[in-house]
Design a protein around this ligand. Structure first.
Ligand SMILES: Nc1ncnc2c1ncn2[C@@H]1O[C@H](COP(=O)(O)OP(=O)(O)OP(=O)(O)O)[C@@H](O)[C@H]1O
Ligand SMILES: [Mg+2]
Length: 167
């Protein structure tokens, strides 16, 4: 399964990682963003929305309370935050089935809370805190492009899982 890792040292480098990630993401996919509070999930989504030419990053805010934000052209993007949801029955009121069926890139913060209700072929994006502004971003999923190989782009290092044979 394709897997890519970035080690941004600050927000600007996270934005640069988002530009590379945008080139690897299909325009139709469900992406689960996993990381602690304040890890940088919303920051990464804002950079991705901008990298895909859909909206300036400054126009992307956290859907903490509204739960779902939608962006239009040229790629339809849904930005969803499930942090405040506690029960699956709350999830079922959001109309996610329809969103998953749409021709859209669906980015879900705190998706792991309801992982069993997400499409199995989703892409997993994890953001982990390092010291200060350092982060480790990992993207894993069968739907990720393999056309930018780590060999051809030294800025992208393969995650350990992709180089180690799985047993
Ligand atoms: N390298 C970095 N990448 C991303 N964000 C960074 C980085 N360094 C510092 N930050 C800061 O960390 C914060 C990340 O906040 P953000 O809202 O994106 O987190 P989040 O994971 O969406 O949190 P929440 O779980 O509350 O939704 C921002 O204030 C951002 O400026
Ligand atoms: Mg957030």
């Amino acid at each position: 399964m394709p897997s890519y890792t970035w080690f941004p040292a600050n927000v600007d480098e996270t934005r640069a990682a988002a530009v590379e990630l945008a080139a690897l993401l299909p325009r139709r996919a469900v992406v689960q963003l996993t990381g602690n509070l304040g890890a940088g999930k919303t920051t990464l989504v804002a950079a991705l929305v901008e990298a895909l030419g859909v909206a300036p990053s400054a126009e992307v805010s956290s859907p903490t309370f509204s739960l779902i934000h939608e962006y239009g052209e040229p790629t339809r993007i849904y930005h969803i935050d499930l942090y405040r949801l506690e029960e699956p029955r709350e999830l079922f009121t959001l109309g996610l089935e329809e969103i998953f069926d749409a021709n859209a890139l669906v980015l879900i913060e705190w998706g792991e809370k309801f992982a069993r209700f997400l499409p199995p072929n989703r892409i997993i994006l994890t953001i982990e805190h390092g010291d200060g502004d350092h982060r480790r971003i990992t993207a894993t999923g069968d739907l990720l492009s393999t056309r930018t190989s780590p060999e051809s782009d030294p800025r992208i290092s393969p995650a350990p899982s992709s180089s180690a044979p799985s047993s």
